[in-house]
Design a protein around this ligand. Structure first.
Ligand code: DC
Length: 222
């Protein structure tokens, strides 16, 4: 069974998708981590982010893999080309550059193929931007999470602070809006809700309320 959870940056996708996976005894697959890994590798190798052909080659030659402890829902690490990049892909420099890497059609084709393989193994909760539209158009359940820009900036600022990065909320919101704009207006698989996705605005909701709503939907679809 595939549960597709899409939405913009800091809409609560990761927290919700992980919790849904735990509740269902399914695996969680974070496709954003895969685009982040490619962006990180490009930065590390000084590959210009506007060199589409080099970026595509990089993604094709360096598969992204996740390690899961026995029976665990959540991956403990992510690797690209065998290198552990679990921590590095969350750095602000990757935040700032990942949208450019994710706009490259060849990078998307390569990662979408990898995502279909990774999720084909068992019941999976897949989070991203184009899961319900492109990667798994026949997913059993599709949810599109949203939240106001202010709320998303507040959440992202808390995440950054927890990692030791102090950034003004207005600056965080400006960066999120810049990233949303690139993600929603790019030519290849832009961020958009599938016609048959359930839209869930999480602004005034607790995590548990959102998770309960999705789990009920999955049970109804079983
Ligand atoms: O969810 P995230 O913030 O970790 O995603 C990182 C970037 O990757 C974000 O700018 C959008 C992009 N992305 C994408 O284009 N398609 C996906 N399926 C997942 C993420």
């Amino acid at each position: 069974m595939i549960i597709a959870i899409d939405g913009p940056a800091a809409s609560g996708k990761s927290t919700v998708a992980k919790s849904v996976a735990r509740r269902l005894g399914a695996r969680h697959l974070d496709t954003g981590a895969m685009y982040r890994a490619v962006a990180w590798l490009a930065l590390e190798r000084d590959v210009p982010l506007d060199d589409w052909s080099a970026l595509t080659g990089l993604a094709e030659a360096n598969p992204v893999t996740f390690e899961y402890a026995d029976g665990a829902a959540i991956a403990t690490s992510v690797r690209i080309g065998g290198r552990d990049v679990t921590t590095q892909i969350r750095l602000p420099v990757v935040d700032a550059n990942v949208s450019a890497a994710a706009s490259v059609p060849g990078v998307r084709t390569s990662l979408v193929a990898q995502q279909r393989e990774l999720a084909g193994v068992s019941d999976t909760v897949v989070e991203g931007r184009d899961i319900g539209t492109v990667v798994f158009p026949l997913a059993d359940v599709k949810v599109f999470l949203t939240a106001s820009a202010e709320e998303r900036a507040r959440r992202r600022q808390l995440d950054l602070a927890a990692q030791g990065h102090a950034v003004e909320q207005a600056e965080v919101q400006a960066r999120l809006e810049r990233r949303d704009h690139i993600d929603s207006t790019r030519e290849a698989s832009p961020l958009e809700a599938a016609d048959d996705a359930e839209l869930l605005d999480t602004t005034g909701l607790s995590i548990d309320e959102v998770v309960d709503a999705i789990v009920s939907r999955v049970e109804a679809a079983r």
